[in-house]
Design a protein around this ligand. Sequence first.
Ligand SMILES: [Zn+2]
Length: 434
Amino acid sequence: MSFIDTIESMTPSEIRRVQGELLRRTVDYCRSRSPFYRKRLKGMGAISSIDDIASIPLTSKADIQEENSAFLCVPMTEVAEVVATTGTTGTHVYNWLTTGDLARLAENERRAFARAGVTPSDIFLLAVTLDNLFIAGMAYYSGLRKLGAGVVRLGPHSPRKHLEVIQALRPTGIVAVPSFISAVYRQADKDDIDINSLGIRKAVLIGETIRNADFTSNELGNIVERLDGLETYSTYGITEISAAFCECPSRSGLHGHSDLVYAEIIDEDGHIAPDGEAGELVVTTFGVEGTPLIRYRTGDVTFKVKGACECGASSVRLGPVIGRKAHKLKVKGATIYPRAIENALVGINGVENYVIEAYTGDDHSDALIVRVGSHNMKSAFKLDICDAIRAKARVTPQVEVMPPQEVDKILFEGGGRKPMLFIDRRRKANDVKL
Ligand SMILES: [Zn+2]
């Protein structure tokens, strides 16, 4: 059965009725099985509609980090896979999945690929990590297989290796991080290979956003879309909820699946924000058996898109992620997220890598240093960088150009699995001696 025959084709009021029932089941399940939620939801009244969600307490990443195993709702014997994210202290925070959860994960991705027009005759190259406790590679792999499409699991290899495999096996699509596709193009240019001869028609992109808030392509999107006729689909996945949001061909927001997740946007005071207004994304999982989450604060700032989508689905649509809530900066009175600076830097030739550092300035407001790794030490290059950041992010930070290997050292100084593109060295309120 096509996904469009199920909940996605219901009217918004029918969807809300079904979601009310799914919320009631989720709350009952968590209260009876999760030691954390038994305690957290003690004394809470019965759920009669989805609107009752506003009365349920929020769950934070710190909650999961502090009481990780208290979220587990099944005996270990029923666990099929364990995935992890990195906690605030650099340690792993685990998420346990049952066989049923793996099927839910695959179904979420099957629908996403179907929405993007992928068919069983497509073959997708997976340029993402499939092990190391990461969920994304596994999710995309299982979704493509459930749809019946072919998969080439190359994983994180060099751009040259990817070019070799693309030329040999002629995949029709690719799942990759956008900046990796950019690296593949650069390698193709070096090797005198015409990227338009490669036969790739669809790119499902993860990890980095390729859209501006108005859904036009950002610098990174423009780079990826250099390949003639390439259809790009931005996706946004959250490990903790075992689900991803994905664009449809109208590319006006990232669709969620109404029977698998419930998304809310909350303002600074924790109240539900109206559609179109930016705030923190809060997600509740439906149908998760291992580690279900109720009103999980993702820490990502985005907005809900108003109205129905041109594609016909009434499900929730999210805007591109604007930034991390914890990374919100106030620079000379203006609110800015480091991601806006990242978007400015990716379009500049000669920028090999970069790290953005925030600190507390002499005037107690937030200040920024952008350290750019490059072999170009000319002062005109530095000025170009400053201009691009001013134009795209509307701030003028201090910019320092240094050898790329020096930037690399800073990027991995926390010892994490991923480079830390943003380092927060701001004084916290409790650092200030009174
Ligand atoms: Zn749509």
